[in-house]
Design a protein around this ligand. Structure first.
Ligand SMILES: NC(=O)c1ccc[n+]([C@@H]2O[C@H](COP(=O)([O-])OP(=O)(O)OC[C@H]3O[C@@H](n4cnc5c(N)ncnc54)[C@H](OP(=O)(O)O)[C@@H]3O)[C@@H](O)[C@H]2O)c1
Length: 297
């Protein structure tokens, strides 16, 4: 199976190592060597790489989409050249992948899933190379769709010993999981980015009181859309902060690096869906405004 990885950041580089036996090609703006650090193990790897303009979807059977949202226009242009053979698996955070990518793709070609893998990028002091650090190995959850390549991908996962860490769910079950992740991200990401704190520090600071209206507004939107959410969501968000206490959220990493964030696909998506149902999400709007202000400064 010819595998492409769209994105050369923390996730793209982690998956390039995880699927190294399939000899994947990373597609993005910059390739090169990096150090993959997992526990006590350090490996220097140099996966195959092509810049966007030299890659073509026909080179691949399956692509794993792991860019940040500001790269979506490049991805859309790239996938416009895809034929119906290609299978695309998105593991990006946020929502709106279907709206952004169907078309050019058909619904039968796009699997939008989530992952709880936690991967961060650092500079490797020993080598001067980028260091991709595996903070936690999680689980990928993707929808089971009727594309002919899905059984082959499941077989590849089995051969790689990854069957247990990839779960295939019905669209309905996955939709709920995606909303849970969206809401967790809509609370933890902007609040940690605004306060410049780790996930573990967040529940200790006054800004944490905003987690309650953020959760309630998002819950109202989900309910209006017919998405059933678990009743213990508030404690799940708190537990996630505690479980990932030493992690710096991806939005905080982006603001620290003066990069555009994924706020529009996270809180922005909740605001957009609220408006389509005649609802308001003022706390999400305020945070989105503040994060945009940081981005533009
Ligand atoms: N890291 C995690 O633990 C984790 C866990 C779950 C989900 N995710 C999700 O997975 C996705 C990728 O995350 P990541 O951690 O790999 O992010 P990352 O390390 O910041 O890498 C982002 C990738 O997107 C590209 N990109 C960003 N803005 C771009 C732009 N304007 N134009 C072109 N390319 C652009 C970057 O290219 P350059 O490097 O050239 O800038 C890089 O290839 C995100 O949706 C994230 O929320 C991440």
């Amino acid at each position: 199976m010819r595998v492409g990885i769209l994105g050369t950041g923390a996730m793209g580089r982690y998956y390039a190592k995880l699927f190294a036996s399939l000899n994947p090609v990373m597609v993005g703006r910059q390739g090169g060597s990096y150090v993959l650090s997992q526990g006590q193990t350090r490996t220097i790897i140099t996966p195959r790489f092509l810049p966007w303009e030299k890659a073509h979807p026909s080179m691949f059977d399956l692509v794993i989409l792991v860019v940040k949202w500001p790269a979506m226009p490049i991805v859309q242009t790239f996938l416009q050249k895809a034929d119906s053979h290609l299978l695309v698996i998105s593991l990006m955070n946020g929502m709106g992948q279907e709206e952004a990518l169907i078309p050019p793709l058909s619904p039968e070609q796009l699997m939008v899933g989530t992952t709880t893998d936690a991967i961060s990028l650092f500079n490797d002091e020993e080598t001067g190379l980028p260091q991709v650090r595996v903070m936690a190995v999680g689980r990928c959850v993707v929808p089971l769709i009727p594309h002919p390549l899905v059984p082959f991908w499941q077989q590849q996962l089995q051969e790689l010993g990854l069957s247990d860490s990839w779960k295939f769910l019905s669209h309905a079950a996955l939709h709920q999981e995606r909303w849970v992740k969206l809401i967790q991200n809509s609370i933890i990401n902007p609040l940690t980015a605004l306060a410049n704190v780790t996930n573990g520090e967040l529940p200790q600071i006054p800004l944490w009181t905003l987690s309650q209206p953020l959760l309630q507004e998002a819950r109202d939107v989900a309910q209006a859309l017919g998405v059933a959410l678990p009743s213990d969501l508030a404690s799940r968000v708190l537990q996630l902060c505690q479980k990932t206490a030493s992690n710096t959220s991806s939005m905080l990493q982006d603001t620290k690096r003066h990069r555009m964030t994924e706020i529009d696909a996270i809180n922005g998506y909740i605001i957009h869906k609220a408006h389509t149902r005649g609802l308001q999400a003022p706390t999400h709007e305020a945070l989105t405004y503040l994060i945009h202000a940081i981005e533009s400064s």
